[in-house]
Design a binder for this molecule. Structure first.
Ligand code: SF4
Length: 340
């Protein structure tokens, strides 16, 4: 059966025309789905009974079941959702002073094999549809009783490896008649798929692009992130410079600090040289050690020294607050514990 949340407003109008209904009904359905946030067609009470029956016969709402839920003492909640086809994905709800933020998955598993990531142990199974991406937000809001104001594509999967569905989901999340979350409150994080960064620059979406950089030499980066052998640092940063020129949006570089791997001042110096003059910001991440992982968290002293060096040399850098460290909040961990 077709998932009703996989359709854009224009596509849904066409679907309704095809079943003999007036296109304006699509706007009513959108309102029920994304503003009233109902979980069944029966609740769409301004639609005729006949239309509701047609919807039940032709479409599913694809509401996720919760397989597992872990709550951290800092308010972070990590969900393991049942995708109805036997697969499971993780979604994390985080509470900040400015509101609720959600970290969504974009694929079941991942092909990228980053060495510091718990998803590395999970083979790629399939892409999520745009409806399954959006459903993560709806399901969390429903369960936690909150309204989400920020969305980050930083869960399991490489979002740009599922480009079409992710872009479609972003448009639905951002659409005034969809979830109506401002594009500037949507952030997409990539391991560095250069051709897709170039495509994204042309989409005219004002979302924030985050690049998982994590190292300052090709040797080190390729060791941590095999994608670097395909798209080395120079090519990646060239695509980033073009992205900022075209979109006038600041890029956020993610840099997970691992003890004795990439946390010394030589790395900080190289990072300054690489990013000099770019419209950007560096987000330093105290690494979340994974079980049997080879990366250890850098010391607080090194993290602060690294940040200060960047800030003193013209690169704005902040340290990401560690959320949910008591509940396996590095991506992939909850799923791996359950499924392997
Ligand atoms: S960090 Fe992201 S891109 Fe890399 S393996 Fe993990 S999920 Fe995939």
């Amino acid at each position: 059966m077709k998932n009703i949340k996989d359709y854009s407003l224009d596509e849904l109008k066409e679907e309704l025309k095809a079943i003999g209904e007036k296109p304006f009904r699509a706007e009513q359905i959108f309102k029920w789905l994304y503003q009233e946030k109902v979980i069944s067609f029966e609740e769409m009470t301004n639609l005729s009974l006949t239309l509701r029956e047609k919807l039940v016969q032709n479409y599913t709402m694809d509401n996720f079941g919760i397989l597992q839920k872990q709550e951290s003492s800092d308010g972070t909640i990590k969900y393991l959702f049942d995708l109805l086809d036997g697969n499971a994905i993780e979604t994390v709800l985080m509470s900040y002073h400015h509101g609720y933020s959600i970290c969504v998955s974009s694929q079941v598993g991942c092909k990228m094999g980053c060495k510091f990531c718990a998803s590395t142990g999970i083979n790629f199974i399939r892409n999520l549809s745009s409806g399954e991406i959006v459903e993560q937000i709806l399901a969390v809001e429903q369960d936690a009783g909150v309204t989400i104001s920020n969305v980050v594509f930083m869960g399991i999967g490489e979002p740009l490896d599922n480009y079409d569905h992710v872009v479609k989901a972003i448009r639905l999340i951002n659409h005034p008649k969809g979830l109506n979350i401002g594009a500037r409150h949507i952030s997409i994080s990539t391991s560095g798929l250069v051709p897709k960064i170039e495509d994204l620059a042309k989409e005219n979406i004002q979302c924030t692009l985050s690049i998982s950089l994590h190292a300052t030499t090709n040797e080190k980066r390729s060791e941590m992130m095999p994608v670097n052998t395909r798209y080395p640092i120079e090519e990646l940063l060239e695509a980033c410079r073009n992205y900022t020129k075209l979109t006038h949006r600041r890029i956020s570089f993610e840099y997970a600090l691992a003890k004795d791997k990439n946390d010394n001042l030589e790395d900080a110096k190289r990072l300054v040289n690489l990013l000099k003059g770019m419209l950007c910001h560096v987000n330093l991440i105290p690494i979340n050690p994974i079980e049997k992982g080879t990366f250890k968290k850098a010391s607080n002293e090194n993290i602060i020294r690294f940040r200060d060096y960047l800030n003193d040399h013209g690169i704005v850098a902040t340290i990401r607050r560690e959320l949910g460290s008591d509940i396996d909040a590095a991506c992939g961990q909850l799923r791996r514990k359950n499924l392997t």
